[in-house]
Design a binder for this molecule. Structure first.
Ligand code: PLP
Length: 391
């Protein structure tokens, strides 16, 4: 492998690779909002993360971007996959993934899908509840199980809340229950929160996890798998660590706390694909609501319902680029095109856009390869969903 030669500077990688996306974008017309993905850029990011992760396996979180070309390339690169549903598993298998390299990582699974996955050769399942263990035991007898923990210390830009995982005592009793049901409990998982910008932010979560891990081993559970989830950041304007050093630092934090974890798996989603994509959008209207209005409103042909769902709470702040960025800039409220008043991207913290901007202008939205295409609704208000082009 030539991973040692990979530049460990996010900007250096971006500078060479963005030109391919930019060349494609510059030489094409786009009638509808389009996400352009450079699949070579995914490969570069994979190598950069893998170089830092060392012996930890990458299980790509398919939900971040399930484009077939991305899955196929990751299969070629030797990636493993974290799938959340029958559909995601089927996609990975169709693209050539080995069933033993796919984990069924959603803690919420249909019984029939568990049986189907087991029949396909999937053997590693996540759970955070008794009823889920019962479903798995009935439909995938003897399967390997990891228990997902709630982590409450998240400093992430897009935290994953209390929806997933269970607390320490519940986790310990689920290990017992799994054994009683004839399953094979092998470890724990957690998710530090998506877009955790600095590696040192992982430390409190890992401390809490190590405490539970040690309690489980003291209770006689022979755990060997630690699934550290995702959280690897993408560049959205605020400084982040370059992927290799970020991953290396996280693995060091893990290794010092889990000396007996024989296998570590990481599930990057955003960190693998976000910087591989750019959305090509168009200005539909620039207006002011009154003479006294300080801010312009800029309406784009892409919004909350055509892929930019992570602007909810203005949590993820994308970077916008136009051909007029050398003109004077001024603040604006940025909104999507639909007739739903929730379709506003940024209002509390307005965005700087050129004062000369007019309808018809092209707007590029950078580093949008993750969590966009799948969030796009089918045809709200008759606006076409986000198109995806993989180059
Ligand atoms: C969404 C998800 C991920 C990916 O998270 P990122 O922050 O995008 O890396 C990983 N693991 C699980 C279980 C997830 O649900």
């Amino acid at each position: 492998m030539t991973v040692h030669n990979m530049p460990d500077v996010a900007g250096a990688v971006a500078a060479t690779q963005l030109s391919k996306m930019d060349a494609y974008v510059a030489s094409h017309d786009f009638d509808i909002p389009t996400l352009v993905i450079d699949v070579d850029r995914v490969a570069i990011q994979y190598h950069a993360l893998k170089a830092g992760l060392g012996r930890a396996d990458i299980h790509y979180a398919v939900k971040a971007n399930p484009a077939r070309e991305i899955i196929a390339r990751l299969v070629d690169l030797g990636s493993h996959f974290d799938a959340a549903s029958k559909g995601e598993i089927a996609l990975c298998l169709q693209e050539g993934a080995n069933p033993s390299d796919i984990s069924f990582g959603n803690t919420i699974k249909r019984a029939t899908d568990i049986a189907w996955a087991w029949g396909q050769g999937i053997t590693l399942f996540a759970a955070d509840a008794e009823e889920e263990l019962e479903k798995i035991a009935a439909n995938a007898p003897g399967a390997s199980i990891y228990i997902r923990l709630i982590v409450e210390t998240s400093a992430a830009d897009w935290p994953l809340s209390r929806k997933f995982g269970c607390d320490r005592d519940t986790a310990l009793s689920l290990l017992e229950k799994a054994k009683r049901l004839g399953l094979t409990p092998v470890g724990f998982s957690f998710h530090v929160g998506s877009q955790t910008r600095k590696s040192e932010m992982w430390a409190p979560t890992l401390d809490a996890m190590a405490d539970i891990w040690n309690a489980a081993r003291a209770a006689g559970h022979d755990l060997w798998l630690l699934n550290i989830g995702g959280g690897f950041p993408a560049f959205y304007g605020d400084a982040i660590e370059a992927p290799t050093s970020y991953a290396r630092n996280v693995v060091e934090l893990v290794a010092s706390r889990f000396p007996d974890a024989q296998k570590i798996m990481a599930e990057p989603g955003r960190g693998l694909v976000a910087e591989a994509g750019v959305i090509v959008a168009e200005v539909m209207l620039v207006s002011r609501k009154s003479d006294r209005d300080l801010h312009r409103w800029v309406y784009l042909n892409v919004g909350r319902f055509s892929g930019l769902a992570e602007t909810e709470g203005e949590a993820i702040r994308y970077q916008f680029q136009t051909q007029r960025d050398h003109d004077q800039m001024g603040p604006c409220i940025l909104a999507g095109p639909t007739c739903d008043s929730a379709d506003i991207l940024y209002e509390k913290r307005p965005v700087l856009m050129p004062m000369t901007l007019v309808s018809g202008d092209r707007v590029l939205i950078r580093n949008t390869g993750a969590y966009t295409s799948t969030y796009s609704s089918i045809c709200f208000n008759g606006f076409p969903p986000l198109d995806v082009v993989v180059i």
